[in-house]
Design a protein around this ligand. Structure first.
Ligand SMILES: CC(C)(COP(=O)(O)OP(=O)(O)OC[C@H]1O[C@@H](n2cnc3c(N)ncnc32)[C@H](O)[C@@H]1OP(=O)(O)O)[C@@H](O)C(=O)NCCC(=O)NCCS
Length: 173
């Protein structure tokens, strides 16, 4: 029985296709903390933004996903929309590994990683601060979307702070 995880061999990483959309929707739903968007949006995302997104599989099951895109307002920035790791696979470095794989893929154009994080999401804050540390660069945090920007859905939506990591040196990716 394997007691430790070898991230390189236990997980399979690849670009998503539209066939991944349904499993990604299930994964996001299972996190219970991420905003669950329509199934259409994940199918569309996996098909159109596959170059800047990634799925991780273990024994054929989708256990990790990141949706990213090149920010049209700052083309040297990879904007990370959602990151999800199945609860059973957390704390093994999987989210960090997926982010680094995306940085490898986009290394010619990308110098910054951007993501919004709500103040209560400590794992997400640790993920992005930890990434900055591993890349030996800065993590600047600023106001971005406030709770007032969101519609009234019964429960108040938290603020979303902008985490901007970089500049990232090519040799550190
Ligand atoms: C946030 C999430 C993606 C992290 O995935 P993960 O694979 O466990 O992350 P990693 O193992 O790569 O850990 C990255 C860093 O975060 C830290 N971390 C992970 N989970 C943590 C937790 N629950 N509390 C505090 N720190 C945590 C790790 O120790 C590591 O720190 P280090 O760089 O100093 O070593 C995962 O917890 C998740 O899917 N959560 C639900 C969805 C979510 O909140 N997504 C983020 C918002 S888009």
């Amino acid at each position: 029985m394997t007691l430790t995880t070898d991230i390189e061999t236990d997980f399979h990483f690849r670009k998503p296709t539209k066939e991944d959309g349904a499993a990604v929707w299930e994964l996001i739903k299972g996190t219970k903390v991420l905003d669950l968007n329509s199934s259409y949006s994940y199918i569309m995302w996996c098909e159109i933004f596959s170059e800047t997104s990634i799925v991780a599989e273990r024994e054929g099951k989708t256990v990790g996903f990141i949706s990213g895109f090149i920010n049209p307002n700052s083309p040297d920035s990879l904007f990370i929309w959602q990151v999800a790791v199945n609860a059973s696979e957390r704390g093994k470095g999987l989210a960090t590994k997926m982010l680094r794989q995306l940085l490898h893929r986009t290394e010619e154009e990308v110098q910054y990683v951007e993501a919004t994080v709500s103040p209560s999401n400590k794992p997400s804050q640790s993920l992005f601060k930890g990434l900055a540390k591993k890349l030996d660069t800065n993590c600047d945090i600023s106001d971005y979307f406030t709770s007032n920007d969101f519609p009234d859905e019964g429960e108040e939506h938290e603020d979303e702070l902008l985490f901007k990591i970089g500049p990232i040196k090519k040799e550190n990716k």
